[in-house]
Design a protein around this ligand. Sequence first.
Ligand code: ADP
Ligand code: MG
Length: 680
Amino acid sequence: MDLEIPINSLPNTSLITIRRFNQLGIKTYFDLLNYFPFRYEDYSLVSPINKVQPGEVVTLQGQILDMKNEYTKTGLKIQKLLLYDGTAKIEAIWYNQPYLLKLFKLGNKLSLAGEIKNWGKKIFIEPKEYEIVKNNFLIHTGRIIPIYPEKKGLSSKVIREKIFYLLNSDYLVNEFLPEEILKYNSLVKEDYSYKNIHFPENFLAAKKARERLAFDELFVIQLSANLVKQQWQKEKVGFKFMIKEHQEKVNQFIKNLPFILTNAQKKAVAEILNDLSQSKPMNRFLQGDVGSGKTVVAAIACYVAYLNGFQSLLMAPTEILAFQHYQTLTSLFKNYSVKIGLQTSSKKISKKQGLISDFNIIVGTHALIQKKLQFSRVGLVIIDEQHRFGVVQRAALKEKGINPHLLTMTATPIPRTVALTLYNELDLTYIDEMPKGRLPIKTFVIPQEKRMSAYQWIKEKIKNENIQVFIVCPLIEESTVETMKSVKAAKKEYQFLKEKIFPEFKVGLLHGKLKAKEKEKIMNDFRQKKYHLLVTTPVVEVGVDIPNANIIIIEAAERFGLAQLHQLRGRVGRSDKQAYCFLFSEIKNNQAQERLNFFAKNNLGIKLAEYDLKIRGPGDVYGLKQHGYLNLKIASLTDYQLINQTKRAVLYFLSHYSVDNFTGLYKRLKEYQIKQITRD
Ligand code: ADP
Ligand code: MG
């Protein structure tokens, strides 16, 4: 039987059940087989009735001698059934399930599993599972049974039944990995794994099955990443940037910067320049904590492209950030004849300024590459604050005849395990050092009753030290785009603060629904210290750089993920002055408090990401839950050992085998890649 058959052909299955399975994303037999239990119940002890002891969890089998519904004075409905197996009789008792007895007939052979209880001397069983014994095989009793996540109205029992059917039909799970790899990694076989993850012979078998299937999952992901990487390495940019010839000019540019590059920045620059000198396209992922100075590294790369006569595109996730990058670059290049353009949905390069192709660097939002613009000789594309540069965007670029060097930058730290699994196709550079003289930001969790004194303290700071303050309003809805509701809340907060708390100061308001011109003006005014305080929705989350802002207040802090909080906190502490972060939180729940306290004590993005990964899971950490991104079924992204093991196995596979000779593996790869593409 082919596993690609749709589950619609499951026998004795109602349309409703099939629809529910479909809603869970289970369309084929293969999908069904890959719906894994999250735990088991052990009902494998089958006991004669005369041997049972209170407290035992057992399976009993016998004939139904009698059954009845009883009603207590309190209105409770009790179902009683008398079971006899030739050694003794025992009563089985259920509560409030009157329909149950309609399923049985006197004389039926019944198998019950559950705990033996006693009431004084009287011994009875409270069954958790039952089944009428028909064909001498047992599904729900008499063995270790799987318990599945119950979603969309599907009970564990129904799922178990369908999977049992599948495993006992003549389906075929082909082994898709070479024997040698299985042996080396002490892995059990594929078909054994599927049998034993669902209906384990014993708990060791279940464990071995799980290990194997987790290995499979990571193997396919990592193999896919490696193949993508191999593919990219075969590609040619068609030009190499000359580096040596321009080294002198680059050094001069670096020397003229308003600061000295950190060693980590220098190392990043060296790696990037080396990539740019190759004929295969760079595909580098630059990670550095907030404020570590990634922008200037990007600027140097753009300068090298310019010196080689190529255009660079620099893309940011938001317009605000695109404006800022535009300004930063304009100021960095003010004594150079590098022509810089800004092209977003509201700011377009005008005819008066020149043709798109006249510009050496074009700054815009991520949408820049979707536009039908007449770029000219694009040699470098830089994408800021992107967790991942998708296969799709790359394809989009190629479609336009552009096959440039690529640099992706992010401040959202990615734990090593995740990087190894999901970013295997990229070359990684870490900027693991902050510019000199930065003081760690002091973070405080402020309960409701201390709010006023915090405001008071901030007022003093503004008066005495002329410090500027960000006030971030709560995240109202979990959404990547800003909603009207958030804007309204921010306006209200703004009015309140302006009138009631900080009447003697200038307060500004920034949110995503403002026109681009207004946003730009407000940011500029704030930069030029025309406001003391800026109330904002979380739109400032990424990238904004205002070195004189040294205090940030985050309202309803518990609603943010740690990575997000860290990004917000990173808006301050961008100079050598002490910066402060106040987390306002009204929630007294322990776990939320603990999380915020952990955040307050830790200034390193990577520590926070690891904590979040452990506590909240990868979907939450990267705010990409809705895309099913990183949603591993069975493997864990925190399992460093297994991730490393599969990584080695993948490399071994690639150097000794060819995917083309492994049909099963090939199929899985294709499926994974399709899922990945639809996700991006
Ligand atoms: P991020 O890595 O978060 O994008 P930015 O590139 O915005 O950080 O840099 C943060 C701030 O640090 C900017 O104001 C920038 O001018 C400054 N900066 C960058 N590199 C250095 C350095 N080596 N020494 C001092 N300041 C620096
Ligand atoms: Mg940045």
